[in-house]
Ligand binder design. Structure first.
Ligand SMILES: Nc1ncnc2c1ncn2[C@@H]1O[C@H](COP(=O)(O)OP(=O)(O)OP(=O)(O)O)[C@@H](O)[C@H]1O
Ligand SMILES: O=P(O)(O)OC[C@H]1O[C@H](OP(=O)(O)OP(=O)(O)O)[C@H](O)[C@@H]1O
Length: 334
């Protein structure tokens, strides 16, 4: 089937085609009941049960497609969105400087809007330098060679430091740093950035760190954080079908809530209900029902998964019994 000719009327949804975000993104789609079959080597898949087409793209390119309004929704890292935005600022500045900038009245609004954080893909974009070297802070690397795949964010980071070194205050306008001519040399690398210092290509790097293992193995230390990032759902500023965007966002939001919370049910003496409610306030409020036994109530409340063990300890302490913890398969709050 010629998929490209079957896209008419479908909302386009960009998903990372490989890498760190792929598996978690596919799990989210499954939880949201977005059913599709991806043919071998094809980067477009029609969704069977909704008027949507999935477009599999590199995480780094998704902000461009969404930001230009070519694709309505996307899953990517905040780092990638910020890198894209920094690139747009640099181009805008270059155009302004060369007097080529003329806004068109009929132009579609550009840029991505964050719909929600997705709760996976957490890592940090950090400035790193040799662990045994002389560089201890970002400003020590001014005028040096910096290897990175995040050239625009790295350039803005060093532009800020260079301006600060020249006496500017620390809350410098982003329009001033974007596309600024630098003393620091930003060297674009597309992967294995951590090798750049050991091989003499760079004095420092700007790269992602999750566990810190790669950085440690390469003899590097983190000296500053540029972006604290995780995966986000983004939408274009002028989506083709806003109602479908809302529907998908609500479904994905429900899956994320379900992944984050468990349902805690227990019995407690009514005299302890105020204390119990403090321990399990629920998302809005706990559900309280009377028990056949005089003076007792049954309580049910959503609790963050990561807090459930101490919550159970506290409930036991105040006299709760029959404490059950149930997984939530899916949820919807509005
Ligand atoms: N340990 C990690 N290292 C890199 N990225 C991570 C990590 N953990 C989460 N991410 C997120 O995953 C996104 C995609 O990175 P990843 O390296 O997997 O992409 P990719 O498309 O395979 O790119 P490349 O081919 O350049 O490696 C990053 O922008 C970041 O938001
Ligand atoms: O802190 P860690 O858990 O060790 O993860 C960080 C590493 O992971 C990423 O690289 P990736 O493995 O995606 O390969 P790449 O170097 O080719 O981008 C990133 O660029 C770091 O090198």
């Amino acid at each position: 089937m010629d998929l490209v000719n079957h896209l008419e009327g479908r909302l386009l949804f960009a998903v990372p085609k490989k890498g760190r975000l792929l598996t978690a993104a596919l799990n989210l789609l499954e939880g949201a009941d977005i059913q599709f079959k991806r043919e071998n080597r094809l980067d477009i898949a029609l969704v069977k049960n909704l008027p949507i087409a999935l477009v599999f793209l590199p995480a780094a390119d998704i902000p461009t497609f969404v930001g230009e309004g070519r694709v309505d929704l996307g899953i990517t890292g905040l780092d990638q969105v910020q890198e894209h935005d920094a690139g747009v600022r640099a181009i805008a500045r270059a155009r302004r400087m060369s007097n080529q900038w003329s806004p068109k009245a009929d132009e579609k609004p550009q840029g991505c809007e964050t719909v929600m954080e997705l709760g996976f893909g957490a890592c940090k974009l950090q400035v790193q330098a040799p662990a045994k070297g002389e560089y201890a802070e970002g400003k020590d690397l001014i005028g040096k060679n910096i290897g990175t795949s995040f050239v625009h964010l790295a350039a803005e980071y060093f532009a800020r430091l260079e301006l600060e070194a020249e006496g500017y205050k620390s809350d410098i306008d982003s329009a001033l740093v974007a596309g600024r001519k630098l003393r620091t040399k930003i060297i674009e690398l597309s992967g294995s950035v951590e090798a750049a210092c050991a091989l003499g290509v760079a004095d420092g790097i700007v790269d992602l760190v999750e566990s810190g293992e790669t950085m440690k193995a390469a003899g590097l230390k983190a000296i500053d954080t540029v972006v604290d990032t995780s995966a986000i759902l983004i939408k274009s500023k002028a989506p083709s079908n806003p109602a479908m965007v809302e529907l998908i966002a609500a479904r994905i939001g429900g899956v994320i809530t379900a992944q984050k919370y468990v349902l805690c049910q227990y019995n407690v003496p009514r005299s302890q209900l105020v204390e119990a409610t403090k321990v399990t306030p629920g998302k809005r409020a706990p559900t309280v029902t009377s028990l056949e036994e005089e003076g007792w109530v049954a309580v049910s409340a959503m609790v963050e998964k990561k807090r459930i063990a101490p919550v159970m300890d506290d409930l036991s302490k105040i006299g709760a019994t029959d404490i059950l913890v149930l997984d939530i398969h899916n949820s919807r709050s509005s």
